[in-house]
Design a protein around this ligand. Sequence first.
Ligand code: ZEM
Length: 286
Amino acid sequence: MSQAGDYAAVKKDIAALLHQPEYDDGSAGPVLVRLAWHSAGTYDAETDTGGSNGAGMRYEAEGGDPANAGLQHARVFLEPVKRAHPWITYSDLWTLAGCVAIQEMGGPEIPWAPGRTDFVDDSKLPPRGRLPDAAQGADHVRHIFYRMGFNDQEIVALSGAHNLGRCHADRSGFSGAWVQNPTRFSNTYFRLLLAVDWKHKQLPSGIRQFMYIDEDLGEELMMLPTDIALRDDAKFKVWVQRYAEDRDVFFEDFTKVFAKLMELGLKRDESGSVLNTDNVKGGYIS
Ligand code: ZEM
């Protein structure tokens, strides 16, 4: 067991578990990034509720939300890390794991600070329905992300996370990866969004997404309706173009906005300590 507060030891153990030859594209990284995002993406600025503080996905009401289908895999990957470092809260562990995964997959280093606490029961969980629905368009995307306090530029930068991982028919209903190398963080998602003539595709389940067959690789790539909305909305498109052209600008903007996402709802004093820990406490709840 590590000493309380030894986050370097935790980061090392997270980095060591990313390599999962039997899982998806060989990495736990993408699903860990999605866990971090869904833990934070429930934030509502107006009521100051939701967000990563609390680790509400440990409870059925949030963890069993169809929007969170598949994220139990991410939580299971992290259990040995929690057992080795029982002093870390789940809310800190999930957010830290997302940051470590991004960096280990070739992305930028995301500034991260600890101090989140875990709910002691399920009385403070955010309601379901706060996470985005991929079947919808630009208005919906704005509605969801403006609620968290993000602007159009930040929405597009955050969406660059779709460089990573894939859709699973048995989780979201959508199917496939956005890029050919889904365990390598880059701006390829934006470049493909603009470069390719995306075609409608209806899956056997009736779900509609977009597809492109890479003739050279014989591989099929996909986009969600919400991804295509970023290309087709004039204000979003400006940022899609910017990030497609300049990887460094994307990395810089992504760093800031992902760090902001991980902090939603946290109030810190000047020394960085989290102040809003009422009704929550740290501790091991399995
Ligand atoms: Zn995603 N995302 N996402 N996303 N996402 C999926 C997968 C991943 C949307 C969405 O509906 C989906 C952000 C924004 C939005 C990741 C990160 C981030 C999947 C596939 C869907 C359907 C899930 C499955 O079947 O396993 C929508 C509608 C979004 C906004 C409009 C933001 C913001 C993210 C992080 C910053 C990641 C990494 C994945 C891949 C997960 C995996 O298991 O491979």
